[in-house]
Design a protein around this ligand. Structure first.
Ligand code: ARG
Ligand code: GLU
Length: 669
């Protein structure tokens, strides 16, 4: 009895210390975190994470395509990533006869694996602090050129950390023969669709399987039937034991973009201006598209991908605004700056900093806002864009496949009206004002364009020239579009960004208690935390694990996003889970997704999530929408990343895909 109490106490204290962790750490500098990681359940060493002299976990992680992560899971180049990361490749391989998106695909042999044209993956060979080399006069170009010569398929980049206070060389090796091995049907890989996107509880089997091929010498080679499966230096063993609340987790991947150190002016812009504007504009676009989709199944399919991409950021921004409000980020930043200012006042090298930064924000926020307004309104319209392409001699036949004139016309009317309404005084293109005046209203001008453009139909589009009304409209708005202001964030504008280098240097001197980590910039990072639920709303606790029972509870053949594949229904009916069945809350079930506290962002999709022994327990694919302010401020009580449980991945490969032969090459623990 006493022992039991002690054990419970011990367990509780463990759960307590295994709390959330802010930070995306550079793997080569992970030694500074290793003590903390080990105290939270990590059993490996820093050399297991990153080592240039022998194989380490970094050799099992890849940058997948243009902005996802993937991981090696066999000595024969087998790779896992998300379904939504492989989506483009799977779509490109699909046709009416072979609709892999709808029905899934499983190569039944190596010969059956499908080459994906244009798909690449890159391994990090090494990273190196080159700050001093650059400071002493070596040019970045030279450093990069030398690194590229180190081996076949090598390329290199120098990336700023802490806004350039440190510069790191990243040397990568790129493989271009990547083949599709398998993917579940969308009804599993995209289960819940946009409805469940950014949402917990989640039941999406968001994974797909690829294989990297190499030349006979195991070096990168362009596609050839003679190529052999790539033999990686390292692959992840897979844990079949599962996870439970409190377990240590680590995510190894390529987070894309965060801005944790920006000053209040940047937060003010995001929170009060940019996000609200973009959310409102996208709400209008989504309303129009959704209504059209509901009226016509053809439009539903044509606009599915467009709807998904508009809705993804739209939902993210809503979470971000709520989160910033809830945390009081703006007020916190203001207070922080006040304290900083009084410290900096007596330091000539820093005392002017905040004023200079604020002045730079004041000069740039107006033009940046205009750039965002263009990008979210008139630049989104398809007919003008197609007309401009056609006038330049490019074919738009492909684009017409997913185009509906009336939907685009409705979008054009709504977006031009908003463009005019939201544009600051005197900033509308003069030529546009002339046109609107000539036709009497923005709607009438749009009707003129949409009634008369030769690009209305694929058959006549090739005759479009510069005098086409849609091409003319495009030229009018394109001419004044301030594309020089279209960088990812306001704070990334060169005139603002230059101040962050001394500012960060000053912060590191002043704020000694803070654990600094460089903002995400699509370089390899380590984040760690633990499996954990959270309080979603007052009195509403979300447990961190979902199961197949929840999939069936959502099942509805009438709703596209929740139409469970019949095969899965049958398996559920018979409860014949085979080796994949586990006891969860006293019933036999199959785990599906789980929540953890790792600090992640876009780009971490597809990242391996591993346990303390370095075994794969899942694949990261999302955050909860209430977490998304973590790109600006991380909150351990509420920020959660969402992973698909590796046990569900194995279940789907085996029972839905009939591809359990793949298990033979994996290291199942
Ligand atoms: N929210 C995830 C991310 O930011 C998943 C997006 C893809 N899924 C979707 N239903 N749209 O990329
Ligand atoms: N789905 C995101 C991606 O594609 C990850 C979600 C997030 O932003 O954390 O990278």
């Amino acid at each position: 009895m006493k022992r039991k109490v002690l054990l419970t106490l011990l367990l509780c204290s463990f759960i307590f210390t295994a709390s959330a962790d802010e930070g995306m750490w550079l793997p080569s500098l992970i030694s500074s975190r290793i003590k903390d990681m080990r105290s939270k359940g990590f059993r490996l060493t820093e050399k297991d994470i990153y080592d240039i002299n022998r194989a380490s976990l970094k050799d099992a992680v890849v940058l997948f395509g243009r902005g996802c992560t993937g991981e090696l899971i066999s000595p024969e180049g087998l790779l896992l990533t998300n379904h939504h990361c492989g989506y483009g490749a799977i779509q490109a391989l699909s046709s009416l006869e072979h609709d892999y998106l709808t029905y899934g695909f499983w190569a039944q042999s190596r010969q059956g694996e499908l080459p994906c044209e244009g798909l690449e993956v890159s391994f990090l060979v090494r990273m190196e602090d080159v700050t001093d080399r650059i400071a002493t006069g070596q040019s970045e170009k030279e450093i990069i050129a030398a690194a590229c010569k180190e081996g076949k398929g090598f390329y290199a980049q120098i990336e700023n950390m802490y806004y350039g206070n440190q510069k790191f060389l990243f040397v990568y090796r790129r493989f271009t023969d990547v083949r599709l091995v398998g993917t579940p049907p969308s009804a599993i890989g995209k289960f819940g669709g946009d409805t469940d996107n950014w949402i917990w509880p989640r039941h999406t089997g968001d994974f797909s399987v690829f294989r990297i091929y190499a030349g006979a010498d195991n070096e990168p080679a362009d596609y050839s039937p003679q190529n052999k499966p790539y033999r990686p230096k390292r692959h992840f063993p897979i844990s079949t034991k599962g996870v439970k609340e409190g377990d240590f987790t680590m995510i190894y991947g390529f987070p894309g973009n965060t801005q944790e150190y920006v000053i209040s002016d940047a937060v003010d812009y995001i929170y009060n201006i940019s996000d609200p504007m973009k959310i409102a504009l996208r709400t209008k676009r989504l309303d129009i598209i959704t209504k059209a989709q509901e009226s016509d199944p053809k439009i539903r399919i044509q606009y599915a991908a467009k709807h998904a991409s508009i809705a993804n950021a739209w939902k993210k921004w809503q979470g971000e605004v709520l989160g910033i409000k809830r945390l009081g980020t703006l007020e916190k930043k203001l207070r922080y700056e006040q304290e900083f200012a009084s410290w900096a006042a007596s330091r000539p090298e820093y005392c002017h900093l905040l004023d200079s930064m604020k002045a730079a924000y004041n000069r740039n926020r107006g033009p940046y806002y205009i750039g965002e307004l263009y990008a979210e309104t008139v630049m989104t319209l398809e007919l003008p864009k197609m007309a401009a392409m056609a006038a330049a001699g490019k074919s738009v036949v492909q684009l017409h496949k997913d185009f509906n004139l009336e939907v685009d016309r409705a979008l054009a009317k709504a977006m031009l009206a908003e463009f005019v309404r939201l544009m600051p005084e005197g900033k509308l293109p003069e030529a546009l004002e002339v046109k609107v005046a000539q036709f009497g209203s923005t709607d009438a001008y749009i009707d003129h364009i949409y009634n008369n453009s030769l690009c209305r139909e694929a058959a006549t589009a090739a005759q479009c020239d510069k005098s086409d009304p849609a091409a003319e409209f495009y030229a009018i708005v394109r001419k004044e579009y301030p594309s020089q202001y279209r960088v990812r964030n306001l704070s990334n504008l060169a005139e603002i960004q230059r101040w962050y280098r001394p500012y960060l240097k000053a912060l590191m001197e002043w704020d000694g208690k803070r654990s600094f980590y460089p903002d995400a910039n699509l370089t390899l990072r380590v984040a760690y935390g633990s499996v954990a639920g959270y309080e979603y709303a007052d009195g509403e606790w979300h447990v961190p694990q979902t199961t197949i029972d929840g999939i069936i509870a959502k099942d509805n053949p009438e709703i596209y996003d929740y139409n469970v594949p019949q095969r899965l229904r049958d398996i559920y009916q018979s409860k014949d889970y085979g080796r994949h069945g586990v006891m969860i809350d006293g019933r036999k079930s199959v785990p599906v997704c789980f929540l953890a506290t790792n600090h992640t962002t876009g780009g971490n999709s597809g990242s391996p999530i591993i346990n303390g022994r370095g075994e794969l327990i899942g694949i990261n694919f999302d955050r909860t929408w209430r977490s998304t302010m973590s790109d600006v401020e991380f909150d351990p009580t509420i920020c959660r990343n969402i992973s698909v449980d590796i046990r569900y991945v194995l279940f789907v490969i085996d029972r839905i895909g009939g591809a359990s032969y793949l298990f033979d090459e994996m290291t199942l623990k």
